[in-house]
Design a protein around this ligand. Sequence first.
Ligand SMILES: *Cc1c(COP(=O)(O)O)cnc(C)c1O
Length: 365
Amino acid sequence: MSTITQYANQYVLDLVAYQPGKPIEETARELGLKVSDIVKLASNENSLGPSPKAIEAMQKATMGAHIYPDGASYTLRSKLAERFGVDFQQTVVGSGSSEIIELLCHACLHEGIELIAAKHSFSMYPIMCKLFGATYVEVDNKKDWSHDLQGMIKAITPQTRLIFITNPTNPVGTMVFQEEMDAFMEQVPNHVIVAFDEAYIDFADVKPDTLKYVKQGKNVIILRTFSKAYGLAGLRAGYGITTPEIADLLNKARTPFNMNLMAQAATVAALDDEAHLAASVHLVNEGKKQFYAAFDKWGIEYIPSHGNFILVKTGRGREIFNSCLAHGVILRHMDGYGLPDYVRITVGNERENARCLAVLESLLN
Ligand SMILES: *Cc1c(COP(=O)(O)O)cnc(C)c1O
């Protein structure tokens, strides 16, 4: 019998869809618990919530919801341009930085073309890459779990078009620093775009300067998101800072109104709320201390993180994930990331962290 799937692209049929963190409502439904009983530490969201200024801006924006948003996202992009000291034409916005990752793939990937990324980094890259029929080239992380930039240089071929440097990297939380990055950038040939995925850069104590490569006119793009430190994951908002040439390419590939009204209003306000950002980073730093102290006491291995999450070696990751879930604590198992002995824990507030630690203690000790 013929079905429509036999006419679909084989490289799409071969894909395994992205596995997001388990939603709170679904978990509550399955366990017969109240939504308020569930602690979700699975998707690196901000447990402080959105900035009150962003909420106010969204409330104001609701009255204009019958009108298409500004397709050029003028106010937001002007603000970003000013903040980074670049031209308006060097900014790109999207429905999460995931969309900008997709636009990059749109612009340069097709069959026979290669994308390079670190083995332990964002699981969206291989999905996007394969979605465009291109070849995904994985470079193993170094012993300390950071990106092997020299290994990535060695992996470059004439077919390479895109390299992702995830800094700090998800799900391991390690970083690469300036010197190593400068040496890397010296060696990247002109036919390759380097994407610095800086989704977690706000949490890092040391922030390598990648903007200088943009200002030098190199083929790079800095990707940032409002989903993590800014607490606006539900809105879907991210941006890129890049050369006018690359920005132009991405703007051609996007849909006309790819950033919605609420997202534009909220992000403009959120960028001005530095106190909220600082409080978010502070909460995460305190939370990391809380987790590390417990893990050190129990003698459990973890990777000190520059992000708002911790990769912990509990052994039997999926079992631990399921047992925590049964107690209303949602973590992330790492099967899809090839790390079956680990779980990734998003750092929440003190109460959420304590709940998670209490459940883990009963399971591990
Ligand atoms: C969360 C995340 C993103 C961005 O997600 P959006 O919500 O689509 O902005 C990008 N890269 C990495 C590594 C992430 O973890």
